[in-house]
Design a binder for this molecule. Structure first.
Ligand SMILES: Cc1ncc(COP(=O)(O)O)c(C=O)c1O
Length: 485
């Protein structure tokens, strides 16, 4: 027996939707390429989409001027350098960061920003790394730097079906991480967490930055999933490090990210090497070098000087639309999607959709992760959903989204089960899942962003309903192996 239809049959009927109508205008003009071939784009957590104006601006700039390596001293080099510096100022403006307090280091992506911190942070034996389970692998990977410096690594678990973190667990981990030695030497540790989960969409409190500061920690805030649709105001929240990838905010350019860092925290980092552009002076025979004393000490080699100016364009573009407007639109679509998915029930009465994380729009962003179930309750393999969604022209993401900790929380995988010795010989994801006796290794993720419309959400729900409602488990054609976590 199917349950009652959701009260709002279309997101457009939701209060407040009409006020976000500017996004529909932009979709019909600047983002009209999204609608070529009847596609539905629902992978904004993977990458944002590019406005036509942004591509034009790049093209026009390159054809109107000449830009060369900013490390040289000539007019074309100065032109490139001045655009890069202007982009740095635009980044600080966008995040309302005081230039006296924050520096912008351009990196290849958010992962590159995490690596800069990890490899140069002084973990030593007395500083800990505290991480939430819910973290992208590019943040998880910092633990390897902490371990090789013999620092301690502590994870804060996820708690309950909403996949949030209990603040008491966080406080306990921070306090334990400080330890006896750390208290005596007043050495700091590093706490790293995402402002928004790329798995569940959960928004972890920004107030944890201050909480960790009070306990002597530096904070790395991963804003890669948060910044595209939420305002991050660094005059209010002051993490020591923030990592970002620009293509997630406005689609283009790829290959450019940033580490926003408090200058005081940057000054405490010790780089393990130097490269062209990062040093003021160096001697081969004397075997010494002097690093630059600003952000350029962290920018290895030649910056992507032809694309960094596109970051400034993108930020001004996003500002002209308004992050708050994008936030409202995404919030409405997310709440509607969750509401609709919850109404989908097989004739057996069993739910079609199991959402991992919050099932309402509160305290979350526009990323919704779930698995579909057959009427007998078995999971529809996410690779099948990927294949069938692709055939229907829908771009979504399946797998575990490089966030194994959130996946372990969502699928109830215990610590004991993941012990390395039990997993000897396990060298593929599929073998790992078999060893854990899991019915599936991943989930399906849809995410909304800057140019999302009601039609995108409606078409997705129609696809799920028409393809999977009352569909019995059966022999499917072979599915490809899972390649990565
Ligand atoms: C929350 C989060 N952090 C970090 C990253 C890494 O970003 P990139 O692959 O651009 O380095 C991602 C990418 O999806 C992410 O979602």
């Amino acid at each position: 027996m199917r349950s009652e239809p959701a009260p709002h049959t279309s997101p457009t009927a939701l209060p407040g939707y009409a006020a976000t109508g500017r996004i529909d205008e932009l979709r019909a003009t600047e983002y009209r390429h999204l609608d070529a071939d009847g596609r539905v784009y629902l992978d904004y957590a993977g990458a944002g989409v590019t406005a036509q104006a942004q591509v034009r601006a790049h093209h026009d700039r390159l054809l109107a001027g000449l830009y060369s390596n900013p490390h040289s001293e000539n007019p074309t080099s100065a032109a490139a350098g001045s655009l890069v510096e202007s982009a740095r100022r635009a980044v600080l403006d966008f995040f309302r960061a005081d230039p006296a307090e924050y520096a912008v280091v351009f990196t290849p992506n958010a992962s590159g920003a995490c690596r800069l911190v990890g490899e140069a942070y002084d973990f030593g034996r007395t500083a800990s790394l505290v991480l939430t389970w819910d973290n992208h692998n590019s943040v998880n990977g910092i633990r390897e730097y902490a371990r090789s410096a013999r620092g301690s690594v502590r994870y804060v678990p996820l708690d309950g079906p909403e996949l949030r973190v209990a603040e008491s667990d966080l406080v306990a981990a921070l306090d334990a991480g400080r330890g006896r030695l750390a208290r005596r030497s007043r050495r700091r540790g590093l706490f790293a967490y995402p402002a928004q989960s790329n798995f569940s969409g959960v928004q972890h409190p920004l107030g944890w930055v201050e909480l960790a500061h009070q306990r002597g920690y530096d904070v790395l805030l991963d804003a890669a999933a948060f910044a595209p649709t939420n305002r991050l105001d660094l005059s209010v929240v002051r993490p020591d490090f923030v990592c970002l990838s620009w293509y997630k905010l406005f689609g283009y350019p790829t290959g450019v990210g940033a580490l926003l860092a408090r200058r005081s925290a940057l000054a405490r980092l010790r780089r393990p090497w130097f490269a062209g552009g990062t040093i003021r002076a160096v001697s081969v025979q004397g075997d010494w070098h002097r690093p630059m004393d600003d952000e350029s000490a962290f920018e290895d080699g030649t910056l992507n000087f032809l694309s960094i100016p596109d970051v400034e364009f993108g930020l001004r573009w996003l500002d002209s639309i308004g992050v708050d407007l994008v936030h409202s639109r995404v919030g409405l679509l997310t709440a509607w999607l969750l509401e609709r998915l919850a109404t989908l029930r097989h004739d057996t009465g069993g739910p079609l959709v199991e959402v991992y994380g919050p099932t309402t729009g509160a305290g979350r962003g526009g990323t919704v992760t779930f698995n579909l179930r057959h009427p007998d309750g078995t999971v529809v393999d996410e690779r099948l959903v990927a294949r069938e969604a692709a055939a229907a022209g829908i771009s979504l993401r399946t797998g575990c989204f490089c966030n194994p900790g959130a996946g372990e929380g969502a699928f109830g995988i215990s610590r004991a089960a993941t012990r390395q010795r039990l997993l000897a010989g396990v060298d593929t994801i599929d073998k790992y899942l078999a060893a854990l006796r899991l019915p599936t290794g991943g989930a399906v993720r849809v995410s909304f962003g800057l140019a999302s419309t009601a039609t995108d959400a409606e078409r997705f729900v129609a696809f799920v309903q028409s393809t999977y409602l009352n569909r019995e488990a059966g022999a499917e054609s072979p599915l490809p192996p899972r390649l990565r976590c």
